[in-house]
Design a protein. Structure first.
Length: 57
């Protein structure tokens, strides 16, 4: 996320491993709930764009 060395993929991995938002925020206080939601939105948008590109071919 902006201003940290934490990537979207890190956040997605933690969520996939069943960490809660609260656990992530406790372990990484430099993050906010908005950062976690932004990571999810980024991943959803990337998935949609990938689907559009594959469908267009």
């Amino acid at each position: 996320m902006t201003g940290t060395r934490i990537t979207v993929w890190d956040i997605l991995g933690w969520l996939a491993s069943d960490m809660s938002y609260d656990e992530i925020l406790e372990d990484f206080p430099e993050l906010s709930r908005a950062d976690i939601l932004a990571a999810l939105a980024f991943a959803a948008n990337r998935e949609e764009n990938t689907k559009i590109l594959i469908t267009a071919v």
